[in-house]
Design a protein around this ligand. Structure first.
Ligand code: SD4
Length: 344
């Protein structure tokens, strides 16, 4: 290519980039006053599903006591992890197809430090092991046997996580052994949308993001993953950028639903980057859901994806693929459960 043609091509490219993007500058939140924290001294926590409300209560105590968002989200998600009635997180979680309860969790703080565990067995508080990986190991993620060994070496107690109820259901499932992850829903919708066998209410992964009194953000995500998955399957929840992402300059996001689909678009990172470009939390979640749908022109009607997000201004939002996705909010003004808007 002649110098002149090369120059013209470069100029055209540069003009196109400049025309498309005031965004190039706006992408950098340090240049975008809109994204600077304005809610100092007014903390907030949001989390997935109805059960997020109880988890938020614990996180809220930490936040109002002046604690770090990191401590708040860890303490918050420990609530469903310890609840044996909750069959999608921690103790009592539904097992994989081999009857083993394997947990996935991740945590991320305001300094972009992060930690995760995947396929962790026998430890109720996977989130605390994830935090330990972040703070006491040179790594970001530990898996399976190595994660368990690390937990035990650091004083965690080995427990049986498979409750009688989850074991019974698994044995029932084995009769047909048909793997068809349910479209997860909440409350009034659970009767009309396909649920787990027997129409049982299918709570799901807890993802929680919070901003503390100093305006710092953190997030946590923990789950037993999809029921009856193959042993060793890893979902989105422990993958930084997929199930959880925090950028203290911009905002934080987390996801629930069909992990494989969230991973394919690096969902939570996508939501945060869309907020960086100026979208509101709800708009960013919506666009990420639409991206997932576009990648699955047919299949997306049969699974659920939900995102929630919080920005530096303390604005929050959520969006889902299917009806029935709820999220819980706690701040100085409200303690609420919202039903997210959805594509369907
Ligand atoms: C996963 N996203 O393991 C998690 C669990 C979930 O509907 O939310 N299931 O894929």
């Amino acid at each position: 290519m002649s110098d002149r043609r090369a120059f013209l091509k470069f100029s055209l490219l540069t003009s196109a980039i400049l025309a498309s993007g005031k965004s190039l500058l706006a992408n950098d939140s340090r240049r975008n006053p809109e994204l600077q924290p304005t809610v100092k001294d007014n903390p907030i926590v949001i989390s997935t599903w109805d059960f997020g409300k109880e988890a938020n209560k614990v996180a809220w105590k930490v936040l109002t006591g002046g604690g770090r968002a990191l401590d708040a989200v860890e303490a918050g998600v420990m609530v469903p992890e310890a609840d044996p009635e909750n069959q999608t997180v921690g103790l009592g979680g539904r097992p994989d197809r081999d009857g083993r309860v394997t947990l996935d969790a991740s945590i991320m703080d305001e300094n972009s430090k992060c930690g995760a565990v995947t396929c962790l067995e026998h430890i109720v508080h996977a989130i605390s092991v994830a935090r330990l990986v972040m703070e006491k190991s040179p790594h970001v993620m530990l898996a399976g046997e190595g994660a368990l060994r690390f937990a035990l070496a650091n004083g965690f107690k080995k427990e049986n996580l498979l409750t009688e109820k989850s074991e019974q259901e698994w044995k029932e499932w084995l009769k047909e052994s048909k793997y068809s992850p349910a479209v997860n829903t909440e409350n009034q919708y659970h009767k009309t949308i396909n649920c787990l066998p027997g129409g049982k209410l299918n709570h799901d992964t807890i993802g929680m993001v919070a901003m503390d009194k100093s305006g710092n953000l953190s997030g946590a995500c923990t789950t037993s993953g999809l029921a009856y998955k193959m042993h060793g399957r890893v979902g989105d929840s422990p993958i930084i950028g997929a199930g959880l992402y925090v950028d203290n300059e911009v905002g934080a996001a987390t996801s629930t639903g069909m992990g494989e689909e969230v991973i394919r678009v690096v969902g939570s990172h996508l939501v945060v980057e869309l907020m960086r470009q100026g979208l509101s939390p709800e708009e960013a979640c919506k666009m990420a859901v639409e991206r997932v749908a576009r990648k699955n022109p047919e299949a997306h009607k049969n699974f659920q994806i939900g995102f929630i997000a919080l920005n530096k201004k303390g604005e929050y939002g959520g969006y889902a693929l299917q009806k029935g996705f709820s999220f819980a909010v706690r701040n100085g003004n409200e303690e609420m459960i919202y039903y997210a808007k959805s594509m369907y």
